[in-house]
Design a protein around this ligand. Structure first.
Ligand SMILES: Cc1ncc(COP(=O)(O)O)c(C=O)c1O
Length: 388
């Protein structure tokens, strides 16, 4: 047979989703893939059911139901300080996942470079390859996951088309500071390139951390692109409703890619998403408080098990240093260790290498998620205690 697309040979299947499948084989506790083990809030579910009953079951407008785009624009103005026109700047997609690939495909020409902070959410690697971009990585260093400004400046050049930001950050839990984002914004303006910001954990913040959208910074008009979804904020990862806010002159290209990739996101769930975006402050406060308790619980569990955790300021993941355990169990690398950990403790995690282009950089790390009920984390604690 003739060869399949060569690009698909240049990346692996998702290691995160693979760990879920292995975890299921062992009937383990899935602290690998970031989805909550509680349900979508009842009023949001009711809105979806009502939409289906009311007959909202055919294609929505390709770039998003008008009511949802208006709700997105209103929330972006109130929470993110981003002023956008729902008709010319908002595109509803099948999750943040589609928003990112559609955006990069709309932006990138052959030879273009994209700056990505590493470790990074694993999709960004294949997203860059599939869109034809050459990634330039900038390292985030623990414990605070800071970067060297000189390294960032050196990563930008005449071929830079975009920088990808993810704040709060998966997998580190870093919340980018105003000073860091101002430097990114300065470089975007100097090199006339886009800042594509994935903000799906924007409400999951701890210890008083504040979320800042790069697109809201002065001088970012025409350069800032903001991606979000209902997956994390409304505990609805299976709904596949996300969106991207673009400068008007970029929107047409994104919408064309989106149209031919998926036509549109699920129509009744868009209605329910519009309702969800209207929830009051109290909802987001409770969400952050619930996650802060889960974070503190898992930090203690990991610490007691001898896995050295870094304390996240946002999102719902904890990166750990596991070099000692790797050596003690005689594992060749983090992937082997993650599988052994499921066998020994019943707890699934994600190998650190899946967040790096160079696997060596994550070889002594594992990521655990804590979007789980206290009793689930208690069961994980019992399993992990076997390591001590
Ligand atoms: C940083 C980041 N972006 C995007 C996604 C996927 O978002 P969605 O479910 O909206 O496609 C995830 C999921 O874990 C993520 O961590």
């Amino acid at each position: 047979m003739k060869a399949l697309n060569q690009l698909t040979g240049r990346f692996t299947e998702s290691v995160i989703r693979m760990m879920t499948r292995i975890c299921n084989q062992y009937h383990g506790i899935n602290l690998a893939q970031g989805f909550p083990d509680w349900d979508v809030p009842e009023p949001i579910k009711e809105a979806a059911i009502k939409a289906i009953r009311d007959g909202v079951n055919q294609y929505a407008v390709t770039w998003g139901a008008p009511g949802l785009r208006q709700a997105i624009a209103a929330k972006a103005r109130a929470y993110n300080r981003i002023v956008c026109d729902p008709d010319t700047q908002v595109t509803v997609t099948c999750g943040a996942t589609e928003a990112m690939i559609a955006t990069l495909k709309a932006l990138i020409n052959p030879g273009d470079e994209v700056v990505i902070f590493a470790p990074f959410y694993e999709n960004y690697g294949p997203d860059s390859l599939l869109s034809g971009a050459t990634p330039r990585y900038v390292t985030l260093r623990p414990p605070e996951w800071t970067f060297d400004p000189a390294e960032l400046k050196a990563a930008f050049g005449p071929r830079t088309k975009a920088v990808v930001i993810n704040t709060p950050h998966n997998p580190s839990g870093k919340v980018f500071t105003r000073a860091e984002l101002e430097l990114v914004a300065e470089l975007c303006q100097e090199h006339r390139c886009y800042c594509v910001s994935d903000e799906i954990y924007e409400h999951i913040l701890y210890d008083g951390a504040r979320h800042l959208s790069p697109a809201s910074l002065p001088g970012m008009e025409g350069l800032g692109i903001t991606i979000n979804s209902v997956s994390k904020t409304y505990s609805a990862t299976g709904w596949r409703v996300g969106w991207v806010i673009t400068p008007p002159e970029v929107t047409g290209a994104v919408r064309k890619i989106h149209d031919f990739l998926t036509v549109g996101a699920p129509a009744p769930l868009q209605e329910a998403a519009a309702m969800a975006l209207g929830l009051g402050e109290g909802y987001y406060r409770d969400l952050a408080a619930t996650y802060q308790r889960a974070r503190d619980q898992l930090l203690g569990v990991l610490d007691r098990a001898g896995l050295k955790p870094y304390r996240p300021a946002g999102a719902y993941y904890i990166m750990t240093e596991v070099g000692d355990l790797l050596e003690r169990l005689g594992c060749a690398d983090d992937l082997e260790l993650a599988v052994r950990l499921i066998e020994l403790t019943g707890v699934a995690s994600v190998p650190g290498s899946s967040f790096h282009a160079d696997p060596a950089l994550g070889r002594r790390q594992l990521r655990f998620c804590f979007c789980k009920r206290p009793e689930t984390l208690d069961r994980a604690a019992e399993g992990l205690a076997r390591l001590a």
